[in-house]
Design a protein. Sequence first.
Length: 254
Amino acid sequence: MGLSGCDSPPKHPERAGIALSFDDHFLREWNELIPLFRRYNAKVTFFINCPDSLSLEDITLLKQLQNEGHEIGYHGTIHGVSTQMIQDLGVDGYLHTEIRPGLSYLNNAGFYPTSYAHPGGNHNARVDSVLLASGFQILRDVALAERSYKGFRLYHIPPKYLPQIYYDFDQERVVDALLIDYSANLSSEEMKDVLKKAKAKGKAVMLFGHEPLTAPPTATQYGFDIAFLEEILATAQELNLKFYRMSDLPKVRN
Ligand SMILES: [Zn+2]
């Protein structure tokens, strides 16, 4: 009576967790993170954008990630603007341009992704329905705590206040993850708050980044600070958060 509001304790506190993912095609750089992930027993998702058939080296690198228990998800063939493609080319044209070629390269190499990350965070309900009908179990979009325009910061929201980055175990299949790249300008304190909220609410916080870096990105780089990732992993361990791969999330049933 009257206690079912926002601050009610979680029904399943043991579900509290973190779902980390990494986008694009940094196969070698991601492999170098394997010892770090092992140290924290972290299982994560790699969303591969796949413009060409995979080389033997690529296949070996992806197999190593998969053998570690990580998920290989899919991130498109040409990394295009899906809403524009589906409007201009129709559903078949979109599938033949963005989805099928790269997926067949992955399938030929022995990978069958069940999760998809929208290139550039661009999508709409029509794109989502086509992808869900194609067999993807979960679609991941992008959430930003900060936006800038021509070098000026328009806003910066403490990310713990972004409800969409928390998975509520409601079998939702269209989700958002918070960008943790340098460009997001997140502080260590803000990240701790983000993880603590997942713990308190019994939810899984979804985070993602691109290239692992040891120094701020050059003009052509985009990625996250490996030391920042390690802080996230250490806090997750302290809080005893579960690690989820993206395809795990909608499988958790009440
Ligand atoms: Zn991307």
